[in-house]
Design a binder for this molecule. Structure first.
Ligand SMILES: [Fe+2]
Ligand SMILES: [Fe+2]
Length: 265
């Protein structure tokens, strides 16, 4: 799972583009979890062969060890480099200890001369709310300082409300402070999960992207299981919403239609 990273030659005609598959909220162990969706999602991602796969948490539904082991067995089939952080469901029942033992640290930093990707655990044991707090805010300021390449930040809880996701109750407690740090640090892209609804916002120069649930039927409205594909090339960012086993949509250009998008099971 923690394999050597190699940038492949872009065989679609020029350049060395960065391709990231963004999955989230797989919820292994939930009554609504569907193993066939997880397997299909992994197959599609392996076919895509992205440079990285980022999972923004809620791997499991209850934080139980057997759920983490099952999640590992699904995720271990991913052939690309996987970066992963826990969500609030993973922190239930002291599940963060299993996360650490099976997946490594609850923070994730990848850096080379082209890209710096920083993931943090925003969960609190047995709480659905998330926050970073002053200490982690300072750490974040420091980790981005002085880096000139493409900067990506990922966490489970969303920083800005997501439309069509019901009553707002999950924004990070200290989202304002964290957004200011990200803006001041010239971060390019933020990836989150938690609401199970895909979305994209722009805030100053940051693109903020949410992913839906990749492998569960814990759905809201018309949206069905999906993940995002993000391509960065020559400073241009393209985001594609991919329904598992189904169609692709341009997440930015077709945002207005997202309310009614989905595949029905
Ligand atoms: Fe979730
Ligand atoms: Fe969550």
């Amino acid at each position: 799972m923690h394999r050597e990273v190699c940038y492949r030659e872009d065989n679609r005609g020029g350049g060395h583009g960065l391709i990231i598959a963004h999955i989230s909220d797989t919820h292994v162990g939930a009554p609504e979890f569907r193993s066939e969706l997880f397997r299909k999602c992994v197959d599609e991602i392996n076919e895509l062969n992205p440079d990285f796969v980022i999972h923004t948490g809620d791997l499991t539904n209850d934080g139980y060890r057997h759920q983490f082991e099952d999640a590992y067995n699904f995720l271990d089939k991913i052939e690309s480099e996987l970066l992963i952080i826990p969500g609030n469901h993973d922190a239930r029942n002291v599940g963060y200890l299993h996360f650490e033992e099976i997946f490594g640290g609850r923070y994730s930093v990848y850096k080379d001369r082209n890209v710096l990707m920083v993931g943090v655990d925003s969960s609190e044991p047995d709480l659905d709310d998330g926050h970073l707090g002053r200490e982690r805010q300072i750490w974040l300021e420091n980790v981005f300082r002085g880096y000139d390449g493409f900067k990506l930040f990922f966490l489970h809880h969303h920083l800005v409300s997501v439309p069509y996701s019901g009553r707002e109750r999950g924004v990070l407690y200290d989202a304002g402070e964290v957004l200011k740090i990200l803006v001041d640090s010239n971060v390019n892209l933020v990836l989150s999960g938690h609401k199970h609804v895909p979305n994209v916002w722009r805030l100053e120069d940051i693109v903020i992207i949410n992913a839906g649930t990749a492998s569960s039927l814990r759905l809201r409205g018309m949206i069905t299981p999906c993940y995002n594909i993000i391509e960065v090339e020559d400073g241009e960012l393209k985001a594609t919403l991919k329904f598992v086993g189904g169609a692709s949509r341009n997440l930015i250009e077709e945002r207005a239609k997202i309310r009614g998008l989905g595949l029905h099971y």
